[in-house]
Ligand binder design. Structure first.
Ligand code: NAD
Length: 252
């Protein structure tokens, strides 16, 4: 689709689902890959798969709720590859379905930490590296839940809306510095997260697919291709955008 030779792509939540598919898409497009995840074995497996595609890749454990983990993973990026060109801030967790009053304070705090504060921390430590090199492309993972309300998902929709707001403001902050900041908003995508969310049963899968006008779940690779477009020169004039890739889920 496009060429990333010599570019360095840093991915959070790269051990599974959308993160792994996107890390591998960057690898097959010629990028060097930094695969990070809270699960170090999963991240390492992604790096191995990326190397199988001929890429240079490293992996490291990185809990995105921890600024020191993120700084260490970025230091590894620079010592290994010399620069940071692309960041896909993707790690996230789901919310158990519940009306607002039944969401615990702990669940709220965890959703904010993993899905929103993490994106702030990642960009806080990535952008100085991009300012140093004078260019960069960041894609943050929001959701269809970032653009509509969803019954039983107050905490998740709040943080995913927050990701889009932060993306837009950061895009304005750094537009004149050659750094583009965009978000991707996946619909219902076939990943381990969606297996957990649907309960993994035929009935659960039918229930979630019923939300998709196209009549199927998306594949992680279909989100990866959107992330690669946003990160590439094809998207050079696009910043502050939230690209919905959702099979029509949020259309109306
Ligand atoms: P997944 O659960 O399949 O994979 C997520 C990965 O993130 C896992 O490897 C997990 O170990 C890692 N992770 C979890 N907590 C972490 C932490 N604290 N630090 C670092 N890594 C951590 O999820 P997915 O479906 O691939 O989702 C990826 C992103 O896409 C999430 O932000 C999710 O909210 C978003 N999203 C998913 C869907 C969907 O239908 N699957 C839809 C919209 C948005």
């Amino acid at each position: 689709m496009t060429e990333f030779s010599g570019k360095v792509a840093f991915v959070t939540g790269a051990g599974a689902g959308i993160g792994r598919a996107t890390a591998l898409a960057f690898a097959s497009a010629g990028a060097h890959v930094v695969a990070t995840d809270i699960d170090p074995d999963a991240a390492s497996e992604t790096a191995r798969l990326a190397e199988e595609q001929g890429a240079r890749a490293v992996s490291t454990r990185c809990d995105v709720t921890r600024g020191d983990d993120i700084e260490a993973a970025l230091a590894l990026t620079v010592t290994t590859f010399g620069q940071l060109d692309i960041a896909f801030n993707n790690a996230g967790i789901e919310q158990p379905v519940a009306p607002l009053t039944e969401i615990s304070e702990d669940t709220w705090d965890r959703l904010v930490a993993v899905n929103l504060r993490s994106v702030f921390l990642c960009m806080k430590y990535q952008i100085p590296l991009m300012l140093h090199s004078g260019a960069g492309a960041i894609v943050n993972t929001s959701s269809g839940a970032g653009v509509i309300g969803i019954r039983g998902q107050s905490a998740y929709t709040a943080v995913k809306h927050g990701v889009i707001g932060m993306t837009k403001s950061a895009a304005l902050d750094y537009a004149a510095n050659g750094i583009r900041v965009n978000a991707v908003c996946p619909g219902i995508i076939e990943t381990p997260m969606m297996d957990r969310f649907s309960g993994g049963t035929d009935e659960g899968r039918r229930r979630v697919v019923a939300q998709e006008p196209v009549g199927r779940m998306g594949r992680p690779e279909e989100i990866a291709s959107a992330v690669l477009w946003l990160s590439s020169d094809l998207g050079a004039f696009t910043t502050g955008h939230a690209l919905v890739v959702d099979g029509g889920q949020t259309v109306g």
